[in-house]
Write a new protein. Structure first.
Length: 287
């Protein structure tokens, strides 16, 4: 199977698990609601034997099963040891938001208590350990149904593609202004400048000659290495938050040599890691 991983939707009653499950079903997921904890491993193994793509399998496990969640963690650990990974998405909301939702729908809370507020707070305590094991915690307090749907779609896009982010790498010249669309901006004016080398000045950073000159300095190698390491950490964090587009701008004085060189090198690095990358050299043909 290409994707040895599956989703577990869990969290607070009234936080939107049913809607999230319907969104996944609309995307072709095979979803099981209110699956008892003790059946999780068996269900996953059945899915494998039936040749289902696990990356499009999701199960809802929550307080309704009336079971302890501790056995679930050992079951998941055993599956991990077999190379079968999981993604736990925990949906929650503020107590006042949950009270309002239950009041509007007139549904009965699955946890018995002297009041609805007490029931919600009791459930929150019972789910604390499960929340601590979540890969993603999604607070739905201020989200409309459409907004929650979009959040779920972003989450599965991140998991179903090699890298969910669409990245724009843009070189530019500070003398022509900073790109207003940039999410991250780096200044490489400290690197060796080919502009002052007569046979390199007419060329751009897309050429091997200019790139060789720029990387004649140890600082260039160290900067690229540190930038790659930084992005290796940062990009998954952006994906975790559901960000789908990111513009990284790299600038030098005129946007012709140093910034273009770095964008070219970074494009190679990110493309090799299967990110969706679009590179742009905004000012390379100026002057």
């Amino acid at each position: 199977m290409d994707h040895q991983s599956f989703y577990i939707l869990t969290g607070m009653s009234g936080a939107g698990k049913s809607l999230a499950s319907r969104v996944l079903e609309d995307q072709g997921f095979y979803c099981v609601d209110n699956l008892p904890v003790k059946l999780v491993r068996q269900f996953v193994e059945l899915a494998i034997n039936s040749q289902k793509n696990l990356s499009q399998v999701a199960m809802v496990c929550d307080i309704r099963s009336g079971e302890e969640f501790q056995p679930l963690f050992s079951e998941l650990d055993e599956l991990e040891q077999k190379g079968i990974k999981h993604h736990i998405v925990f949906l929650e909301a503020a107590t006042d938001s949950l009270i309002r939702r239950f009041s509007e729908t007139r549904r009965k809370h699955p946890v018995k208590g002297p009041s609805l507020r007490d029931s919600i707070e009791t459930e929150r305590k019972l789910l604390a350990d499960l929340r601590g094991h979540a890969d993603l915690i999604l607070d739905t307090s201020g989200l409309t149904g459409t907004e929650l749907k979009n959040e779920i779609l972003r989450i599965i896009d991140r998991k179903l593609t090699a890298q969910g982010l669409n990245i724009v790498l843009e070189s530019f010249g500070f003398k022509y202004g900073i790109p207003i669309e940039a999410d991250l901006l780096f200044d490489v004016r400290f690197l060796p400048n080919p502009h002052y080398v007569s046979h390199l000045s007419p060329l751009t950073g897309t050429t091997a000659e200019v790139q060789e000159y720029v990387f004649s300095s140890p600082a260039s190698h160290e900067f690229l290495s540190r930038l790659q390491e930084f992005l290796d950490f940062l990009l998954p964090q952006f994906a975790l938050e559901g960000k789908s587009h990111l513009t990284i701008a790299i600038g030098c004085t005129g946007g012709k040599h140093r910034s273009v060189t770095m964008v070219e090198k970074l494009d190679e690095y990110l493309a090799a890691r299967q990110y969706n990358v679009l590179k742009m050299h905004r000012d390379s043909m100026r002057g």
